[in-house]
Design a protein around this ligand. Structure first.
Ligand code: UD1
Length: 419
């Protein structure tokens, strides 16, 4: 089991080019399974989750190669419809292949990933939506089998009870090759959904309204290959900015999707950091002690404050002047990183979905274990701000979502080693 040894207390400074988005690359890789023709994905991040997605594609009979930040995917001859249990376990977001497999073959068998690091992650909305598109679904000892009579989904009107990102993506992936029109109401509006739709449109799909609450998809049976550049990772961006805010220093973040990061940037700015955003780069300078954020930080579906940035911002606010209050509205169990931050000297009280962070003057290094991807990144940010050395284990979580994490941190002058 690898670990990061991080010695904090030095200011960070430098330039960083943002990686491609994990949450965009994964559904786009699933979308490449549909239709015919080779898809070339540029700026595809080199991450363990991306390799897991590539293994799923290979197991379905699809050709997939990844090198130098490019993924080349050719679905010609892909006829598999089953995701083995071990691949489902490797990556919980494998669930998003369900819509694409159904769209391609008219049937799909997979297992539901069990209890999860962020609390229960049910897939009821995914299944209800696929039923509307014509799938018969049965559960046999934890293996779920979906089958569409006649092999081709039929367009439908789907009202989501909550704007779930994954369910919206699965609907799009299944409906894009369906017969007729699908209307999704209360769809998720996350930028990664727009990136998925932009990829599919390049392939010949007819999708309108992505980025808004109602998405209209007119099915087609002809999707061809294309070349697409995966959008920048706004959550990795939020992480590196929070890190510099926490440790002090300055950063020029390049290849950003600045407009899409606005819900995060507007909160970070309240800490007193100087932020100069341009279209595709962000300059941040963190001076003296940060200020607590006055308004309650409520995680909400986009364009609200992103749940994925809650932990990393909390690490920065752990040493701010005053108390900040978080309200986690997306996941039930997304404060598991707070125990590690408290071990490092933070003063955080969790009451249900609220966390009160009373800023302390200093954090100190400790032995801590990453509990999940963003929680692990928050611990690394806290370690860089802390006095002394932190031994951070469980870093396979971090490798799921951050490309060459220690190289990025070292390039800013952070003292980090993988052992
Ligand atoms: C995606 C992101 C994740 C992010 C989350 C919210 C990917 C790979 N992951 O996850 O990083 O934190 O969006 O922005 O893109 N829910 C149900 N039933 C369902 C589906 C979801 O109850 O069928 C619940 C979930 O348990 C959760 C909430 O809805 O409480 C939001 O989940 P969802 O938007 O679906 O998140 P994911 O797609 O899993």
């Amino acid at each position: 089991m690898q670990k990061f040894i991080i010695t904090g207390g030095c200011r960070l400074s430098g330039e960083l080019t943002l990686q491609g988005s994990k949450n965009s690359a994964l559904p786009i890789m699933a979308a490449a399974l549909l239709g015919e023709g080779e898809s070339v994905l540029r700026n595809c991040p080199t991450l363990t989750d991306v390799y897991s997605a590539s293994r799923i594609l290979s197991c379905l009979g699809c050709k997939c190669s990844i090198s130098d930040g490019n993924a080349v995917i050719d679905p010609c001859g892909a006829s598999g419809s089953e995701i083995p249990e071990e691949l489902m376990r490797e990556m919980r977001s494998s669930i998003m292949f369900m819509g694409a497999i159904l769209g391609r073959t008219g049937e799909c068998t997979f297992s539901v990933p069990g209890g999860c690091e962020l609390g229960p992650r049910p897939i009821d909305m995914h299944l209800a939506a696929l039923r509307k598109l014509g799938a018969d679904i049965s559960d046999c000892g934890g293996r779920i089998h979906c089958r569409i009579a006649g092999g081709r989904a039929r367009g439908a009107k789907i009202n989501l009870p909550f704007p779930s990102v994954g369910a919206t993506e699965n609907i799009i992936l299944c409906a894009v090759c369906a017969e007729g029109e699908t209307i999704v109401n209360n769809a998720a509006r996350e930028p990664e959904i727009c990136d998925l739709c932009s990829f599919l449109r390049k392939r010949g799909a007819d999708i309108k309204g992505d980025g808004e609450s109602t998405i209209v998809i007119s099915g087609t049976d002809k999707l061809h290959g294309c070349e697409h550049t995966v959008m920048p990772d706004r959550i990795a961006g939020a992480t590196y900015l929070s890190m510099v805010a926490a440790a002090g220093g300055e950063i020029i973040l390049k290849n950003t999707c600045t407009a899409e990061m606005e819900p995060f940037l507007s909160v970070l700015e309240q800490t007193g950091c100087r932020i100069y955003p341009a279209e595709n780069r962000i300059y941040l300078r963190s001076g003296a002690r940060l200020r607590a954020v006055r308004d309650r930080i409520r995680t909400m579906p986009h364009p609200g404050f992103p749940t994925d940035a809650q932990a990393v911002l909390m690490a920065a606010l752990a040493t701010a002047d005053g108390a900040s209050v978080f309200e986690e509205n997306i996941f039930d169990c997304r404060y598991r990183h707070t125990a590690a931050l408290c071990k490092m000297g933070a003063d955080i009280e969790v009451l249900g979905k609220v966390a009160v962070v009373r800023g302390v003057p200093k954090l100190r290094g400790a032995d801590v274990e990453a509990t999940d991807l963003r929680g692990g990144a928050a611990m690394a940010a806290a370690a860089l701000a802390a006095e002394g050395t932190t031994c951070l284990s469980g870093i396979s979580h971090i490798d799921r979502g951050y490309e060459k994490f220690e190289e990025a941190v070292s390039s800013l002058g952070g003292r980090i080693r993988r052992v």
